[in-house]
Design a protein around this ligand. Sequence first.
Ligand SMILES: O=C(O)[C@H](O)[C@@H](O)[C@H](O)[C@H](O)COP(=O)(O)O
Length: 246
Amino acid sequence: MAPPRPPGAILMIFTIADDDQDLARALADRLTVEIQAAWAHARPLRIALAGGSTPRRLYEELGGRADTLPWQGLEIFFSDERAVGPEDPASNYRLAHLPWLSKAPPGALIHRIPGELGAQAAADAYDDLLRRAAAGGRALDIVLLGVGPDGHIASLFPGAIGATTRIAEAVPATADRVARITLTLPALAAARRRIVLAQGAAKARALRASLVPGAQTPLARLMAEAPVEFWLDRAAGQALCVDSAP
Ligand SMILES: O=C(O)[C@H](O)[C@@H](O)[C@H](O)[C@H](O)COP(=O)(O)O
């Protein structure tokens, strides 16, 4: 049984991994090939990294390859960040830095979101940086995303997505979460590709809610604008299909 699909969206679902380790390895393999190709063409692969816990294994896997990775073929950005400094345990930069980016050679192209400036100032600085990066007509190549139980992606939460021409924006703090900085929906849609990484049956529920026609979750809003690739482990993939059976 195929998963439900909102009209107009193009889905590519890769259910190729037995578990999170396998999934991380498969995506790391794929990214390594793309980084090598980008290096060969002297045109670094521009990737915006995701936060949350899901990509941790991917970053560990890439960290294990740091010595052989052609870093000149890679330019790193972030999809979102909390309004905290890079040493903070909640920092998305730290999540990628500890296992992987700390092994980058000097001069590697790594653009973190300066969350320590506060959400608005950091969003302004990152918007400016991305605008300058895009000036030659070069978009982000890949945006890597996790998905929250409410279908949020990056730090775009349900009911909080307004029309904007910004690339990065501030997300105010709430009772449950600190202020954040996020790429906007148009910025995510403008990237060449979007990869949603999800593992475990629980994530299938969030995905399914975004795949039904008329869904308005942030993930569904993104899929209405641009194709999304899903990289799922077997548990998420099976639950997605089984749970969507009539
Ligand atoms: O920094 C973050 O928290 C995110 O960018 C957020 O969108 C995350 O990807 C989802 O909430 C999934 O989080 P988990 O991977 O922890 O389930």
